[in-house]
Design a protein around this ligand. Structure first.
Ligand code: PMP
Length: 304
């Protein structure tokens, strides 16, 4: 990754190398922080960068901080202004990934609730090649941590230890990504994505009590499937073997967008090619996020 020139760090736009944190901070020692990953999409015709579903990201960011009992940080207005300033400082005029992080800078006791530091990055990032060609998945032998251990619903840094263990295993075993089951043996999610399957024209996804992050892309897929295709998504427990029986499987998230999963444990999903419903949902999604489709203007915050 080529580092961008500037970062927002604790109230100021600073050079990338100046956004530092003490190694003995609670963030450094225990990974005590929460974050949001969001995407900006460049629209050539409008000469505009649209931030996708900023309001929903702020809502989840506030929930994560509340659940972690953080002292209040900058307001949504301040964060929005900081994002705008940062995109302009880095002259972001292409699709980009942004990360807004709140973390404890305190160098003391783990029960401290502040001070809360804030860092925002904005980095150019095109779609991954897997969006078109699909991905191979492994059902991980690691399980998603249960809600009464470390809630997956909180988007906290330390949860990514679980995602990372499963991802490393999948990579070393020759797969693109892991799919984690939960402690009840039901399908949970990918390391940074939610899972959908298509069976006999029905769209199915693990429900929000399946130890998943309540994904904004997942919610978007549910909404566009209903609105554009008149398909109601079934949210329920999903068995592992349903993934093998499915006609199509895809995963979705801000970073990964909507990407087909074409094999699971080396078995082809359906005919082993990206599925037609997956492709249709991708088309609708990309038109909306880029603003080519003008529906849902409330989902696109213009930066310029
Ligand atoms: N699950 C996990 C564990 C994630 O990290 C992410 C990425 N934020 C998702 C699902 C997808 O969430 P979203 O669509 O809000 O990016």
């Amino acid at each position: 990754m080529a580092a961008p020139e500037f970062v927002y760090h604790n109230g100021k736009i600073v050079p990338w190398s100046d956004a530092t944190l003490h190694a003995f901070s609670l963030a450094g020692k225990y990974g005590i922080g929460v974050f949001e990953g969001l995407r900006g999409y460049w629209n050539d015709e409008d000469e505009q960068l649209y931030l996708f579903r900023l309001a929903e990201h702020f809502k989840r960011y506030a929930f994560s901080q509340k659940a972690m009992r953080f002292d209040p940080g900058p307001s949504e207005e301040e964060l929005t202004q900081a994002i705008f300033d940062l995109c302009k400082a880095n002259n972001i005029r292409c699709s980009a990934h942004l990360r807004v992080s709140a973390f404890l800078t305190n160098e003391g006791d783990m029960v401290a609730t502040g001070p809360v530091g804030t860092t925002i990055t904005a980095i150019p990032r095109p779609s991954a090649s897997q969006v078109k060609k699909g991905a191979s998945a492994q059902i991980s032998s690691w399980i998603r941590m249960p809600d009464n251990v470390m809630p997956a619903r909180i988007k906290c840094n330390a949860n990514y230890h679980n995602s990372r263990l499963a991802s490393i295993q999948a990579k070393q075993d020759g797969y693109d990504l892991p799919i984690l089951l939960n402690s009840r043996g039901k399908v949970s999610e990918g390391p940074t994505t939610c899972i959908f399957l298509v069976k006999d024209g029905r769209l199915i996804t693990p429900d929000v009590a399946s130890d998943i992050l309540e994904s904004i892309t997942r919610q978007t897929v549910i909404e566009i499937a209903k609105e554009y295709l008149d398909l109601t998504t079934v949210e329920r427990d999903v068995d592992r073997s349903e993934l093998i029986a499915a006609d199509e499987v895809f995963h979705c998230g801000t970073g990964a967008e909507i990407a087909p999963i074409t094999t699971i444990d080396r078995l082809p999903v359906g005919d082993g090619q990206p599925g037609s419903l997956t492709t249709k949902l991708q088309e609708i999604y990309f038109s909306l996020v880029t603003g080519k489709d003008r529906n849902h203007p409330e989902w696109r915050t213009p930066v310029y």
